[in-house]
Design a protein around this ligand. Structure first.
Ligand SMILES: *Cc1c(COP(=O)(O)O)cnc(C)c1O
Length: 430
């Protein structure tokens, strides 16, 4: 299912030896497989082809220019959550008319920018936001296409920081208030045009059941909105999960046969199509993680081995500033040495150089007994990896590389120290 595997004792991405990349660009570095990203987009499209379906890639998962370019060239749309993301999409050659704009805190300049660029729809999260868009559109003499994000009260059984469809979180409008809100848009917000309805119940979902429950709850509302206001689309959000634990094995077809509980793109599509097809609406899906998550690794070098009182530490040159998922929401990444090991495992914590106790990549993990100087690959690092990176501890942003068959190119130079402080202004003399 993805393009990372050992060949001749060395971990490869497609046909490129990751050791060669590490030697030339250094570490930490993110390495993406072009084939995996393009292949996942194609798989969504193929699987959803019985519907009038459109894929809007959730840009926040990985917003690097070359990744957006790759998807834009395949005709993908984009789900954005800020004016900055819209700018990135346009800068990468993406079509604003294929952009949906989500998020609870859109500012007036962002709304104006999105209206100027002619985005497909604002996916709105509150009545106050709708009124703000109505006001801005009125001032510009435009009519803004809108959808409301419905919160269907479904527990997606995922980590508490990435569940979004229950009544305790900040996202969306309660399902019981949706129809009243559309009536208010129709009656009192003359510069808005209801174009659709939207939901997104959470991220890293590994089972299809929560989607089906949400779709069953929202479908009658979608139908009624279609009849009353002529809405044309229903965005069912993103959230399709990936394999983090067992990801190397999951590359084989055999693994998938043995894990029928793991949601695939095809399984997801087959389950939702029968519920959605009769509605006669355009269906938008907003995958982020599933398009890029398994499609990249982060390369890091083991710097030191430290035997603490209670634990063995492998200290690496990538920190929580490079990939924050383990620190932020207990994200799990398999750790594989680029040079294949046989049998010699130890239990260790893999930690970075950042001065925070939360700066770990793995805890109490059985890993090959790697030694200082060795290159490691943190697997499944493509989603919410580089896009969440910072320069905390004054550590410049990592390099990024795209592999295509047996070729590869740098898609982001490692940030220089000068670039890191660009925009900072020295204190005036007194
Ligand atoms: C984050 C987000 C997505 C993408 O979620 P994934 O789990 O990465 O697929 C889609 N839609 C909205 C509104 C989001 O906020």
């Amino acid at each position: 299912m993805h393009s990372f595997s050992y060949k001749d004792g060395s971990l490869h991405c497609e046909n490129v030896n990751l050791a060669d990349i590490a030697r030339e660009v250094g570490t930490p570095a993110f390495v993406y497989s072009k084939r995996d990203i393009a292949g996942s987009l194609a798989a969504f499209r193929q699987a959803l082809s019985p519907l009038d379906a459109h894929v809007a890639y959730a840009v926040k998962a990985c917003s690097s220019k070359a990744v957006l370019q790759l998807l834009a060239r395949q005709g993908a749309g984009f789900d954005i959550v800020s004016g900055g993301e819209l700018w990135r999409v346009i800068n990468a050659g993406g079509d604003p008319a294929l952009c949906t704009y989500a998020g609870v805190g859109k500012t007036e300049p962002e709304i104006r920018y999105a209206l100027e660029q002619g985005i497909y729809c604002f996916n709105c999260e509150s009545e106050e936001e709708l009124r703000a868009i109505d006001r801005v559109a009125g001032k510009m003499g435009k009519v803004a296409p809108v959808a409301v994000r419905v919160n269907p009260h479904v527990d997606a059984h995922t980590h508490k920081y990435i569940t979004t469809g229950t009544n305790e979180n900040k996202f969306g409008v309660d399902i019981d208030r949706i129809e009243k809100l559309y009536a208010a848009i129709h009656a009192t917000m003359p510069n808005l045009q209801p174009r659709g309805i939207q939901m997104h119940i959470g991220s890293q979902l590994t089972e299809v059941q929560p989607y089906l429950m949400a779709i069953e709850k929202v479908a009658p509302i979608a139908m009624s909105l279609k009849e009353r206001y002529g809405i044309e689309f229903w965005s069912i959000g993103g959230g399709v999960g990936i394999v983090y634990d067992g990801c190397l094995e999951s590359a084989s077809a055999n693994w998938w046969r043995q894990h029928p509980e793991q949601m695939t793109i095809e399984g997801f599509a087959a389950a939702v199509i029968p519920l959605l097809q009769p509605l006669g609406l355009r269906i938008i899906v907003e995958p982020g993680r599933r398009l890029v998550g398994n499609a990249a690794v982060m390369l890091t070098t083991c710097l030191y081995e430290k035997q603490g009182e209670a634990k063995l530490f492998k200290i690496v040159d990538a920190g929580m500033n490079d990939i924050i998922r383990p620190a932020l929401y207990e994200g799990f990444h398999e750790i594989w040495p680029v040079k294949e090991h046989h049998g010699d495992t130890v239990t260790a914590d893999v930690v970075g150089p950042v001065c925070e106790s939360a700066d770990f990549q793995a805890q109490d993990r059985q890993i090959p007994d790697v030694k200082p100087g060795e290159i490691l690959a943190e697997m499944s690092a493509g989603a919410y990896g580089f896009s969440m990176a910072s320069t905390y501890n004054s550590r410049p942003l990592a390099a990024e590389v795209m592999v295509d068959g047996d070729r590869w190119q740098i898609i982001r130079r490692r940030q220089s120290l000068q670039e890191m402080v660009q925009g900072e202004c020295g204190l005036e003399e007194r």
